[in-house]
Design a binder for this molecule. Sequence first.
Ligand code: CP
Length: 321
Amino acid sequence: MKHLLSASDLNYNSAIRVLDTARELSLVTDRPVKKLPTLRGRTVVNLFFEDSTRTRISFEAAAKRLSADVINFSAKGSSLSKGESLKDTALTLQAMGADAVVIRHGSSGAPHRLASAGWIDGSIINAGDGTHEHPTQALLDAYTLRDHLNGGVGDLAGKRIVIVGDVLHSRVARSNVILLATLGAQVTVVAPPTLVPVGIETWPCKVSYDLDAELDGADAVMMLRVQGERMIHSYFPTTREYSRRYGLNRQRFERISESGIVMHPGPMNRGMEITADVADAERSVIVDQVTNGVTVRMAVLYLLLGGFPDDSVDSAVESDQ
Ligand code: CP
């Protein structure tokens, strides 16, 4: 596998491979010196056309912990403001010898264009394209779920995961449904009818419009951000009405499984899709998701640039000890 564009690029074995590799690499993040020489001499470009905090910083940390050279490119302050095209930007990165390009773009399909056009020889990693996909978010979510619900090993067979909120605008929801189904989880998507995308019946999940009907005994509830900046129409009467019907509050939180966890990809609208007390509750793993983002992205870079080799990552970790 050369690129990671969609969660559907990962079959069961390759998804488990990424999660197991991330688990091995997490040993590095517990060390005083959090570095491996694995990608020394390789160049990773972070190409961000849309704002990001977690994804951009964690890809940078991941590449640096593997000793890669990192070039950070953001649309603001670049020649894009002078009208430069994606093609010419890509050719510039190719001329600089990019081995991997991590791209976030407001247009769905931009990473696929970059991968198929042949402008860049290196690996393309989708860091979020429009309302389409965010595969490394799904991987770090699966890692977090496996860590908390399954002792950090195996798959998610039989686990009941409820994904709630603005599914229409969510690349996180689509990638999670695909990957969680690949790993054997039972996924239910809950949203107001206005925030359900056309074609959701083809997704490998159950769809519900009633949050209260889906919470009892759930192993995890993943809340989605209401993406006001992408909304071109009015999708619900008021934010108060949205919170009343689809927000996760303490009362609802207490109905999930006793060992169940609360997730959110961030950034959160505290007080809208999730109350502050639930976001900060003991079984909220939102901060863990961010931490796990670094090791999962290390694993993705390691495996893509190494060509998903058969030899274990153990050897890379051990040889540096
Ligand atoms: N979850 C996520 O993609 O967050 P950022 O937009 O901050 O990268």
